[in-house]
Each structure stands twice: as structure tokens, then as C-alpha cells.
Design a protein around this ligand. Structure first.
Ligand code: AMP
Ligand code: ZN
Length: 471
């Protein structure tokens, strides 16, 4: 089956066809590092991750670029208030963002880049726009993009130009009188004293880039004039992505992006989570309260990306139990691999069928614009069916099933099957405890049990010796 993705550009699900066979060029708008990102932002990056992981599952070689908007009004203002350089101030939040990625098991993009490292590329792009007659200089020295000169302006957001101008008239009268047209946007902002020591000396004078030019310049630098997929939250459709298209296509006269993908918002109490509404919390806030990052990942992941996600912290506890089901299942398989390997092997068609059906159901669901709930249902059905025949499983089959679970998890990123490294340490401790028990040193045995418990390992004494699982 071929992957179908909902393309915002056409408002339709479309078969995905890459530009270069087997390769996907992919850009996802990154955060503005003026503060810690909130859970709404992280929903966007979980979606970005799910898409890249599924593309990889399908065998594509993914090259993903994500940016940090590390220069804008907010970063400048906050750095100034903190009496830090822009670079030092934003780096702290960039580092925190990468930590959040690791905690949520989000794969890092192939390129994670800062806008401030790409000023020359932005200037080059503005030069091209100027050459094509799409940019003009305002009285204060800023450079604007002229939307009336770009014929397809607003296609992504389904905007009509006249309406746009009317809507923007209010703003025209106030702060944006430098522009010829209310909706023209800044490519380059002339220096203002509020910018303090944040400026670049360029062909266009002293100043700093506009927000939209950053993403146009950075995406095309690494992915080419035309690339496969560009994503972000729905709030970016207009004006950000609309303006990116105008700039990039205005400069190259080529199609900028083939597939535009946008995630719906995460909401709390019926409202979009956002910094300005002060209804936000960060990953740190939740982890401090003892919430489990994998359960948070699961909650962010398990609603379809184009549906609003009503985030409820109280769900996390149940989700943790759901995750435990995956892990118990994997432990059962490990046990079977360990204990049934000497059993004579007879081909088990049932297992092969179950695997084939599960795989097919999972892929059909994910191919349908990443239908995550059906994909998860396929995995649950698989586990349920395997559990029914678990006593007849041979190690060889258990191993096959485990491999399939790992394949599913390469997309989901929610299971704990990599026991190898921790296994060794835990096994050593368990043997030490067994020795203590044999010597009737129950004090020491309990001490070891508690020590393991503190590391989140629960011991169960069975007839075959001690078994462990994660708490
Ligand atoms: P920002 O740093 O505000 O540019 O946002 C970074 C990313 O998070 C963008 O793709 C936004 O569209 C996305 N985003 C912001 N708020 C939410 C939300 N409440 N739910 C989902 N995505 C969001
Ligand atoms: Zn962007």
C-alpha cells in the first residue's frame, strides 16, 4: 500500500510520491527558544516524529530539517530582560528542547539548525526577490514583500487577496504604515533601538531578518528549491507558511513544497494551549509531579494528528497501565525465548498468520493518513491473539513475534524491549539475592529487592526462580 497524506494545499488525502526515489526531504517548523516549550508545542513535534518514523518504517531514507527561530521580538525582549546575550539566552532553551525530545523519545531531525547561523542565506534570498520585483524598501529601511506582485498569494490558506486587504485595514492605520499594503510582510527589519545589540550589518543595512524568510532560506538550503514535505501546527498555515510559499516560489519560480501537513491543536478546557493564554504547562511541570514521559508520549500520540487533542493529566495513570501491557507481553516473549529454545520446533502457521494480519492491519491504518487509533488497535488485537496461544509458543516463534513488536515500536516509540544493557546488571543483582536467600540471609535479600525496587524493578519469586519487570 502507498501512504496517503492529507495535503493542506489541496485539502485532500493524496498518495505520497517522493521526488527522489526512496528519499524524503522534510522540513518541520521548530520552536522559538524564548522559554520552555509547552505540551501543545510538543504535540506538534510528536506528530513530526510519528510521520518521520512511519516514513522510515516504509523504507524511505528521511532527511528532516528543523529550525530554531532564535531571533525575533520575543527572544530579543526576554534576553534583554535576563541581561544575557541573545545567544546565551536562547541556547538554554534550545538545550532544554533537545532534552524534552529525548525524554519523549522523539527522534532528532537530521539537521537541527539556528536561524542566526543562516543570515547570509536569507540575504541571498531577499536579493533574488528584489531582482524579481517582489521586494521593496520602506522609509525606515526595512525590506517588505509585495503580495500584490505575487500572483498565487494565499493559496495554501485559501485566501482571497481583496478580503485580506480589507481585514488588515485596521492594522494599516495603526502600526504598520510603513508598508504599501497592509498584508505585506517584512523580509528584513531595519534596526530599532529596542533590538539592543542584536543586529547584522548587511547589504540591506543594519537590522535583522523577518520570521518567514528564516524558514524559506533554511529549508531550501538543505532540501533544495522543491522538497517533499513541510509541516507545522495549523496556526502556521497563515501567515507563516503562506508567506514562506510566496518568498520561496517568488524567488525560484518553482513549486516550493509538494505536501503540506499540519497538526491540530492540543487544547485544555476547550481552549488552545498557548503561552499567551497562560493555560500551558511544560513537560518539566508534569515530570516534576511524577508523570511518566512514555505515558505522556502515548497520550500525545494516540489522538489522530488532525483532530484536536483534549489533554487530560488524569489519563496518564491509565495509560501507564496500558504501556505495562506492552511490556508484560514483551517479557512473556523473552521468557519464552529463554525457556522454550530446546523444545523441538514445528512450523506454527497460526503465528505466521497472526503476524501477517497484524502487519497488514497496522500498515493499512498508518497508510491512511496515519490513522493511529486503528494502528494501535491492530497491535492490541495481535497481543490478545498471541496471548491465547502463548503456552504453545516455541522460542523461535516468540522471537518472530518480538521482532514484529519491535517493528511496530519503531513507529510508536512507546515500548521497553531493549533489555540488554540493564538486563545484565539486574540479573547480577538477582543472582546475588538468590545466593543470600540460599544462605538464609533474608536481610540482605530484602535489601537487594528494595534496592531494585528503587530503580523501578519489581521482583516476583516463581517456581523457576525470580522474574523481574519494570514498575
Ligand atoms: P511556536 O514556538 O509558537 O512557533 O510553536 C512551535 C510549534 O508548535 C508550531 O508548529 C505550532 O503550530 C505548534 N503549536 C503551538 N501551540 C500548539 C498547541 N496548543 N497544540 C498543537 N501545536 C501547537
Ligand atoms: Zn517556520
Amino acid at each position: 500500500m502507498v501512504l496517503q497524506l492529507y495535503n493542506t494545499l489541496t485539502r485532500k488525502k493524496e498518495l505520497f510520491k517522493e521526488i527522489k526515489k526512496g528519499k524524503v526531504t522534510y522540513y518541520f517548523c521548530g520552536p522559538t527558544p524564548y522559554n520552555y516549550v509547552h505540551l501543545g508545542n510538543l504535540r506538534a513535534y510528536i506528530f513530526a516524529d510519528l510521520l518521520r518514523r512511519y516514513l522510515k518504517y516504509k523504507g524511505y531514507q528521511v532527511f528532516e530539517v528543523m529550525n530554531f527561530t532564535d531571533v525575533d521580538d520575543k527572544t530579543i525582549k526576554n534576553a534583554k530582560a535576563a541581561k544575557q546575550s541573545l545567544q546565551v539566552y536562547t541556547q538554554k532553551f534550545i538545550d532544554a528542547f533537545i532534552e524534552d525530545f529525548k525524554l519523549l523519545n522523539i527522534e532528532l531531525p537530521e539537521k537541527l539548525i539556528k536561524a542566526t547561523d543562516h543570515i547570509p542565506e536569507m540575504i541571498d534570498l531577499i536579493k533574488k526577490l528584489e531582482k524579481n520585483g517582489l521586494a521593496y524598501k520602506s522609509e525606515d529601511g526595512s525590506i517588505y514583500f509585495s503580495i500584490k506582485k505575487f500572483k498565487n498569494y494565499g493559496k495554501l490558506a485559501l485566501l482571497e487577496k481583496t478580503k485580506l486587504r480589507q481585514n488588515a485595514d485596521g492594522r494599516m492605520k495603526n502600526d504598520e504604515y510603513e508598508k504599501e499594503d497592509a498584508k505585506d510582510f517584512a523580509l528584513w527589519k531595519a534596526y530599532h533601538k529596542d533590538d539592543g545589540n542584536v543586529f547584522w550589518e548587511t547589504k540591506y543595512g543594519k537590522g535583522r531578518p523577518g520570521w518567514h524568510i528564516e524558514c524559506s532560506a533554511m529549508s531550501t538550503k538543505y532540501l533544495g528549491d522543491t522538497f517533499d514535505i513541510h509541516g507545522g501546527g495549523v496556526d502556521l498555515i497563515f501567515p507563516h507558511h503562506t508567506n514562506e510559499i510566496a518568498q520561496s516560489e517568488g524567488a525560484t519560480n518553482k513549486k516550493f513544497v509538494n505536501y503540506w501537513v499540519h497538526n491540530a491543536h492540543l487544547i485544555v478546557n476547550g481552549e488552545k494551549m498557548s503561552k499567551s493564554k497562560r493555560n500551558f504547562f511544560t513537560l518539566r511541570d508534569l515530570i516534576k509531579k511524577g508523570d511518566d514521559p512514555k505515558a505522556i508520549r502515548y497520550e500525545l500520540l494516540s489522538t489522530h494528528y488532525r483532530a484536536q487533542l483534549d489533554f487530560r493529566e488524569e489519563n496518564l495513570k491509565n495509560l501507564k497501565e496500558t504501556l505495562q501491557k506492552f511490556n508484560d507481553f514483551l517479557l512473556m516473549l523473552d521468557d519464552c525465548i529463554e525457556k522454550q529454545k530446546k523444545k523441538k520446533y514445528e512450523t506454527n502457521n497460526v503465528v505466521d498468520h497472526l503476524i501477517r494480519d497484524a502487519k497488514e492491519a497496522f500498515e493499512n491504518a498508518m497508510d491512511n493518513d496515519l490513522n493511529i487509533s486503528e494502528a494501535l488497535a491492530a497491535v492490541f488485537t495481535f497481543m490478545h491473539d498471541v496471548n491465547k496461544i502463548k503456552n504453545d509458543l516455541h522460542a523461535f516463534d516468540a522471537d518472530k513475534i518480538k521482532t514484529e513488536m519491535q517493528n511496530f515500536d519503531s513507529v510508536l516509540g512507546i515500548m521497553d524491549y531493549e533489555r540488554g544493557a540493564i538486563d545484565q546488571k539486574i540479573e547480577t543483582k538477582i543472582q546475588e539475592r538468590e545466593r543470600a536467600r540460599k544462605k538464609k540471609d533474608f536481610k540482605k535479600a530484602d535489601l537487594i529487592r528494595n534496592e531494585l525496587l528503587k530503580q523501578g524493578i519489581i521482583l516476583e519469586d516463581t517456581a523457576d526462580g525470580a522474574r523481574w519487570k519494570k514498575a
